[in-house]
Design a protein around this ligand. Structure first.
Ligand code: ATP
Ligand code: MG
Length: 395
């Protein structure tokens, strides 16, 4: 196999880009909204709302700001980034924030309000200030969303719990502003209008983002301007087919195209590799969603993929076969297999999120079993993604 990729990590969706091209304006405005708090912590309640469709650099921008202001363990202001993809309840949001600050909390048994009290007490005791980023806030469970958002807004705005200091700055990231319409009037008015929009990227913007990545990720001479342009015009909002403007998809296509080129033993990425990668991306399961799964849920998914690949002519495999495959996969990753009932739960979750489809076996088989299939994504590309996420999780 020829080597096209020099550093695969650079093509992973959570790899921090060296610079955020075409987001200078957004970065300046967000910094402006937060500067009061960052420069003089405790003096005021700084907040911002960020909105825009997937892959427009919202998450990357906040992480960039954290790096810019060096909000690490040595700074008086600490950075907390809670993804509501994996933390969908008020309690788990607070627990995740506490864990990031190294605060101890009992794993279960308390109400959301008791966890918040502990969190507040922890910040006071350690004299901490926190830039609190609530990412993908639209993913909080419907019935808890208002309570969580309004709760955090009030906590930030009313310094009474913090001995008169403003200890929290709050950044709420959403896909669109309808999430804020659910807020009650008073929370909405406290929040005000520090709103920053992240529009979908145009083809030429995607081109610049991809060039930066390609430079660091691929060997020189393995990608041409045309190759990058092909991907850009597929993804850019102003492209021929009106793309999504999603940089994550663009980077993913580049990565897959590079993989296809390597599998072919080619000297460089050719248009046909891009076409194949684009075909894969046209459907697609969110990599970020997969990245939020437990390792053994991913091991189970990998087992399903492998079991299906073993029998390329049939669309459904029985759960029993998958469980055998799962044991082999665990072996390969040096993991102890989990019990049947837990695997069954993981399977139900994979089904709920649409990654796999299941149906009961028909008549004519001895005993009834569940049959499993994957139709939304090519098995090869899904296997690639799942394997690299697993490698990074189980490292
Ligand atoms: N302006 C940019 N420059 C360089 N890389 C970028 C830029 N914008 C986005 N990216 C990269 O594209 C990918 C997606 O960006 P990001 O995760 O920030 O999107 P998002 O707006 O948070 O999407 P979602 O709503 O789905 O969470 C990341 O790998 C990010 O590093
Ligand atoms: Mg994001």
């Amino acid at each position: 196999m020829r080597s096209i990729i020099r550093d695969e990590r650079v093509l992973m969706p959570d790899h921090p880009p060296k610079r955020l091209v075409h987001r200078e304006d957004q970065l300046r405005r967000i910094s402006g909204y937060l500067s009061g708090f960052l420069e003089n912590p405790g003096s005021s309640f700084s907040r911002a709302v960020i909105y825009g469709p997937p892959g427009t650099g919202k998450t990357a921008s906040l992480r960039y700001i954290a790096r810019m202001y060096a909000l690490d363990g040595h700074n008086k202001v600490r950075y907390v980034h809670v993804s509501c993809y994996s933390n969908r309840s008020y309690t788990s949001i607070i627990k995740s924030a506490a864990a990031q600050l190294g605060m101890y909390m009992p794993p279960r048994g308390l109400s959301a309000y008791e966890y918040i009290d502990l969190f507040v007490a922890g910040l006071n005791a350690r004299d901490l200030y926190v830039l609190f980023v609530l990412d993908d806030a639209h993913r909080i469970f419907d019935e808890q969303r208002h309570e969580a958002l309004a709760g955090l807004i009030r906590l930030g705005a009313e310094p009474s719990s913090f001995g008169g200091k403003y200890r929290l700055a709050l950044v709420i990231i959403v896909n669109d502003l309808s999430t804020l319409e659910e807020l009650d009037k008073s929370a909405r008015s406290i929040l005000g209008n520090p709103i920053v929009r992240f529009p979908p990227y145009t083809s030429s913007e995607i081109y610049d983002i991809l060039m930066d990545r390609a430079e660091d990720a691929l060997h020189r001479g393995t990608y041409s301007d045309d190759i990058i342009e092909m991907i850009s015009s597929f993804v850019g909002v102003d492209g021929a087919d009106g793309g999504s403007g999603d940089a994550r998809i663009a980077i993913d296509v580049l990565w897959k195209a590079a993989k296809y080129a390597e599998m072919d033993g080619a000297h460089a990425i050719y248009p046909e590799h891009v076409r194949r990668a684009i075909r894969d991306a046209s459907i697609g399961i969110r990599v970020e969603e997969l990245a939020s799964y437990y390792p053994h849920q991913l091991l189970l998914l990998l087992a399903i993929i492998r079991a299906l690949k073993r029998r390329p002519t049939i669309a459904y495999v029985p759960f029993g076969n998958v469980e055998e495959e799962y044991k082999m996969v665990c072996d390969e990753f040096g993991e102890k297999p989990r019990v049947h009932s837990l695997l069954w739960e993981f399977l139900q979750e994979l089904k709920k999120s649409g990654v796999v489809e299941t149906k009961p076996s028909g008549k004519g088989r001895r005993g009834r079993t569940t049959l499993i299939s994957i139709s939304r994504e090519s098995l090869d590309s899904l296997e690639n993604v799942v394997t690299s996420i697993l490698r990074s999780k189980l490292r």
